[in-house]
Structures are given as C-alpha cells and as structure tokens.
Write a protein that binds this ligand. Structure first.
Ligand code: SAJ
Length: 406
C-alpha cells in the first residue's frame, strides 16, 4: 500500500492516478476540512479531467484520512515555500511530514519525497530526521526523491505522459520506485542519485523563468522604442534555433516564481543571471501598473475605479491564485496608498479582494479600461463585449482596434 502525504495540487492527482492503475492507496492530509471534502465525494480544486479521475479512483476504494499509515511506501508531496528574506527553500513541511512518517513506519519502508527542494536539502534536513529516529538510511529506511513535473491546466495528461526522474541512494530501490510510477506513467523514467534529481527539478523551472524574463525584458525594450515585441518574437522564432517565450504581466504559481530563488538563496555569489531574471519577472506587475497610469493619462481618465483587472489566477483556465501577478499588482497599488481597481475572475467564486465582481457583464459595465491580466478562454470567447472599452492586453490575445499592450 502507498500512503500519499499531502493531498494538494500534486499529491491528490498522483494518489488518484496510482489508485486507478491498480495500486492500493491511502491519502493523508493534516487539513481536516480538505479530507472531509474529499470524503464527501468532492474534489478540492478545478483541473481538466480531475473529477473523472476522482470518481474512478473512488470506485477502487482509495481512502482519505488525517492519519499516517503503517505501510511500506510513502510519497510526500507537501508544499516547499521559500523564505522571503534568505530566498532559501523552507523545508518545514517536508521535515514535519517525514517526522510524522517516522512515528508510524515499519523498518524497510521507502520514503519518496516528491516536493520540489533545492540540491542538498534532503542531505541537510531529511536524513538527520530519519537518523534521529534511530533508523539507518539504506537499511531501515530507503530514501528517494521523485520530483513532480506536471503543469497545472494539463496535469492529468502530463501525469500519464511526462518523463520522470527518480533519485535514489540505491539502484535497486530506484528501480522499485520506478516500477511503481510505471504503473501509470508512459514516459521514460530515469533513475539517478538524489542530489542530481533535486538539482534537475529546480533547473527545469529556472530555465523557464529565465526565458520568460528574457521575453519580459524584450517587451520593456520594445515599449521604450515603440517596437512590436510580439511580431519581433514571432519572426525571431522562425529561426531554427530560437524559441523565445511570451512576455506577460508577471510570473505566478508556486513553481516558476519560487524555485529559482532556491538557487539564488543557496549560491548568492554564483546565481547572478537567475537572480536578475527573477527580479525582472517580479517587476512586471509594477510595469503593468505604470502602463495603466500612462494609458489613463493619454485617454484623459482620472477615475481609477473605472479601471478593471480581468483575471486573478496565476495563469489561464486554472483556479490557482498563488503568487498571482494580479494579486502582486493589487498589493503594489495599496503600497502606493491607492485602491479602487475593479477585479473579476470567472474561476474565483469567493470574495478574495476588494472591489471584486462575479459576473462578467456587471464587471464590464462598471469599467472603461479593461486590463487583460489572464487569458482565460472566457475572455477570448467574449472579446466582442470589449468593443467599446479601452483595453490593455497583457497577453496579445485581442484583435480589436486601438488595443494597448505592455
Ligand atoms: N508565463 C509567461 N510567459 C510564458 C509562459 C508562462 O509569462 O511564455 C507565466 C504564466 O502566465 C504563469 C507563470 O509564467 O504566471 C508560470 O506558468 P507556466 O505555465 O510556465 O508553469 P507552471 O508554474 O504552471 O508549471 C511549471 C512547469 N515547469 C516547466 O514548464 C519547466 C511544470 O512542468 C512544473 O511541474 C511546475 O512548474 C512545478 O510544479 O514545478
């Protein structure tokens, strides 16, 4: 039996996927409300194909509980935030989960950490916890790092099809865990050592962060000299070895806006390019705020409350608001002692910010300037409704005349 610890964005789909592929699974989370929701037959976030996967998994007898199980395999998928000051990974949730596992696990158990951690985290924080509990690693407890790679918005497909990395101290254990993931994963599964697996995961997200920062910097250069960044990227990408990403209003989510900081925190004198890239991405919500002011000035608008931000989530077609550029922008606005911007997102049903709307038409009738912060399908399908608005399109999805860009 596999005990999946942490039933969030990664743990839940992973548990469900294993359960529907013949693995006996118990999901554990310390959040009672979350466990109660799952036990009431409801999923806790929106994701393509998740509800169907959930129903199929329920039929296999998967269980959800707040209790840690006595079993031979644990998969830990808890959050790993970063310390805002030191920029280093904050492994507190991983450490707490391993401590709890140590209280119930039998000798011979394998502990798989899926949470993203910086290279050396398992050596520094996880091994000592296991040893302090009187276990010998490699004999009593086997340690594995199998970082997740799935992208919100396409998680179910990517769980099935992405290649994976398994980092283990012992080849034999690596192969055993590989066989477990191969129960559902059709991609290639590479077995390596733990530190390489740790670094690889952080490097993947850092690659994307640096490349998004490059696109964002190009947007700023092009804005400064009145060039069309989208056309420039489109043409440049026709070169066989160029593949520039897209500029945007900022980088959110719990991965790309966080993980690269681990390297900056751990290697401050070396990770220069990465640190600068992260600062560029983090500066984008302020850049958008400045664009709003410029456009208002140009249009002779003075009332901020007639400006509306479309989208609160960190990217399109998900309901995840973690580190979202819109929230960053609103925070920045408040720091400048102003508020009044109106906000709407079809995926966010609860009131989470001031001046939030829950109906697209009502939102649009309350504003004259619409800032497209997130390119949800809903706004693409309703573009005609923006025909009489001033538009700041941060994603280049709108082909109405007179649209402003970042
Ligand atoms: N973004 C841009 N321009 C782009 C692409 C993205 O501004 O050209 C922005 C998005 O709008 C969003 C942010 O970047 O705010 C991140 O979104 P994303 O779709 O690039 O990635 P995430 O954070 O949803 O998921 C990433 C993925 N990593 C990589 O693609 C290398 C995913 O595979 C990882 O599993 C996930 O991080 C994770 O959990 O680590």
């Amino acid at each position: 039996m596999v005990n999946v610890i942490g039933l969030g964005y990664i743990g839940l789909p992973t548990a469900l996927m294993m359960a529907t592929h013949g693995v006996e699974v118990v999901g554990t989370d310390y959040n009672r409300e979350l466990v109660a929701t799952l036990n009431a037959g409801k999923t806790t976030f929106k994701e393509d194909g998740l509800d169907e996967l959930f129903l199929n998994a329920l039929r296999t007898g998967i269980r959800f509980t707040t209790e840690y199980q006595n079993t031979d395999v644990y998969i830990i998928s808890v959050p790993t935030p970063y310390d805002k000051f030191s920029k280093k990974v904050d492994a507190c949730y991983v450490i707490a989960a391993v401590k709890d596992v140590m209280k119930v696990c039998p000798k011979g158990a394998t502990v798989v950490v899926e949470s993203t951690v910086s290279p050396g985290t398992i050596d520094r924080y996880v091994r000592p916890v296991i040893e302090e509990n009187g276990f010998t690693i490699g004999k009593d407890i086997h340690l594995v790092h199998a970082p997740e790679r799935i992208i919100p918005g396409n998680m179910v497909y990517e769980l099935l099809h992405n290649n994976r990395t398994i980092g283990a101290d012992e080849r034999e254990i690596g192969e055993k865990v590989k066989a477990l993931y191969a129960s559902f994963c059709q991609g290639e599964i590479v077995v390596t050592d733990i530190k390489t697996a740790e670094m690889t995961k952080v490097v993947e997200n850092t690659f994307r962060a640096v490349n998004i920062a490059f696109a964002n910097e190009l947007a700023k250069i092009c804005r400064h000299d009145d060039m069309d960044v989208y056309e420039i990227i489109r043409i440049s990408n026709m070169h066989p070895r160029v593949n520039i990403l897209q500029p945007g209003p900022g980088v959110g989510g719990h991965c790309i806006s966080v993980d690269p900081w681990f390297l900056v925190g751990d290697y401050p004198s070396l990770a220069k390019l990465i640190g600068e890239a992260m600062n560029i991405n983090d500066g984008m919500p302020d850049f958008v705020l400045n664009r709003i002011h410029e456009i208002m000035k140009e249009k002779g608008m003075t009332d901020v409350s007639r400006v509306g931000l479309y989208g609160l989530t960190y990217k399109e077609n998900v309901d995840d608001m973690r580190e979202s550029p819109t929230l960053q922008l609103l925070e920045s606005q408040e720091r400048h002692l102003a508020d009044g911007l109106k906000v709407y997102d079809p995926f966010i049903k609860k009131d989470v910010v001031k001046n939030q709307y829950h109906d697209l038409d009502e939102f649009l009738s309350a504003v004259d300037l619409v800032v497209i912060m997130v390119k949800h399908n809903e706004i693409r399908e309703n573009m005609a409704k923006l025909a009489d608005k001033v538009i700041l399109d941060c994603h280049n999805i709108c082909n109405l005349p007179g649209v402003y860009h970042i």
